[in-house]
Design a protein around this ligand. Structure first.
Ligand code: ATP
Ligand code: MG
Length: 381
């Protein structure tokens, strides 16, 4: 179908009590950004009676829209002025399809328009039967000819695709997210974007001599879902050395995580973010028992959000595949944590014990790490 626009539908139920204007302008701006980021040509993104109309016939516009949170569904459509043009467009669309039956499903977007949707269904349906000889089947049509209309515009379409749902990125404020090279943390970041948060990613880097290609590639995928995505690389070799020197092996990962949190808290404040997110998952590995997670939480006063706390690994993998991060996540990578993994980790750490082993720890190391952070902005800006 040669469409000249895309009808974008968004969830109104989710908007109850929310600031509708803020939601609308964030969504419009995110759609525009997704298009320009990919070099997609478009004339306009305009709001029309509970829809956004994206005027573009570039096939890549659909791909761009499929990655914008806050959209319930979208349809490539032909936009025309009056009813006569609508008849021609609908006929062309129907003739292009191989089918033996069809139906018209019209929706009046503006209740001030006189012609009701039932009349529109009947009038257009009768015209199409007359021209094509096809049967009308209301229950199982070969093609559903959708028509949305206002006083001055008619849109005809035959396909609707499901959007990502959720809220537009930006309406809920900012969080920082600890991004490892694994499967979980990219998904955690994406779920926060889905709730309208813009996410600044932080990665602690074992080998600061080279830019970690895998992490940069993962961030490129994540930056498809939010405007102006930022990745902050924090070299952590000196921290790891300090831990190896001063901390018994069974506590090393825990102390490392606690120091991650302290560093992340500083970045959170700098970025004016409101929380720290991780890809932690209750009981998945030794460092993620409730005891250990709680000891990690005690290292900061910042709010910690763990969006994946209660997901099964198979559910997380499914989401990673849906969002397109999975393939990159399973690439091999030497994380700083691999390096510190003890044979017998503590699974039921007590805060008092951990505080004791941290006594010799020199926190100025964290100040020094902060001096060396490297910021990677979205490649497409
Ligand atoms: P993931 O698949 O996200 O790596 P995981 O199940 O492998 O998670 P861990 O390796 O124990 O779990 O890490 C738990 C969380 O700690 C990660 O989800 C991430 O948020 C954070 N994290 C771990 N390593 C790093 C790192 N090098 N840089 C930033 N965050 C990290
Ligand atoms: Mg990991």
């Amino acid at each position: 179908m040669d469409y000249n626009c895309i009808l974008v539908r968004y969830g109104e139920i989710a908007l109850k009590g929310r600031n509708r204007g803020v939601f609308d302008s964030a969504l419009a701006s995110n759609i525009r950004h997704a298009l320009t980021q990919r070099g997609v040509s478009f004339k306009s993104v305009a709001r029309m009676q509970g829809r956004f109309i994206v005027e573009s016939s570039d096939t890549r516009a659909l791909e761009a829209i499929s990655k914008v949170f806050g959209i319930v569904s979208y349809s490539p459509a032909i936009m025309v002025g009056g009813f006569d043009e609508l008849k021609e467009a609908a006929l062309k669309v129907l003739k292009a399809k191989e089918c033996s039956s069809f139906r018209v499903t019209a929706q009046r977007l503006d209740k001030n328009v006189k012609i009701k949707s039932t009349e529109m269904n009947e009038n257009l349906g009768a015209f199409l039967v007359g021209e094509t000889g096809l049967k009308v089947s209301l229950k199982s049509p070969g093609v559903n000819v959708g028509v949305d209309y206002t006083k001055n515009n008619h849109f005809v379409y035959t396909e609707s695709f499901g959007g990502l749902g959720g809220l537009p990125v930006g309406v809920s404020g900012k969080v920082v997210c600890l991004l490892s090279g694994g499967i979980d943390s990219p998904v955690a970041g994406l779920l926060l974007m889905k709730r309208g948060c813009s996410v600044v990613f932080i990665h602690f880097l074992h080998d600061e001599s080279k830019v970690p290609r895998k992490i940069v590639e993962l961030h490129k995928i994540l930056s498809d879902y939010q405007p102006r995505s930022k990745l902050i690389l924090v070299p952590s070799a000196s921290l790891e050395m300090e831990i190896v020197k001063n901390v018994p092996s069974k506590y090393r990962i825990l102390v490392l995580r606690r120091m991650f949190m302290r560093a992340a808290e500083r970045i959170m404040v700098r970025e004016k973010a409101k929380a720290i997110a991780t890809g932690d998952n209750v009981a998945q590995v030794a460092s993620q028992t409730l005891d250990n997670l709680s000891v990690v939480s005690e290292s900061t006063r910042a709010m910690i959000i763990r969006p994946l706390a209660c997901f099964d690994k198979s559910e997380i993998i499914e989401l990673a595949k849906k969002f397109g991060t999975y393939e990159q996540s399973i690439e091999p990578y030497v994380d700083c944590c691999n390096f510190l993994l003890p044979e017998h980790p503590e699974t039921r750490a007590k805060l008092s014990d951990v505080l004791k082993v941290e006594e010799n720890f020199d926190e100025r190391i964290i100040d020094a790490m902060m001096e060396k952070v490297c910021v990677i902005a979205d490649k497409k800006e």
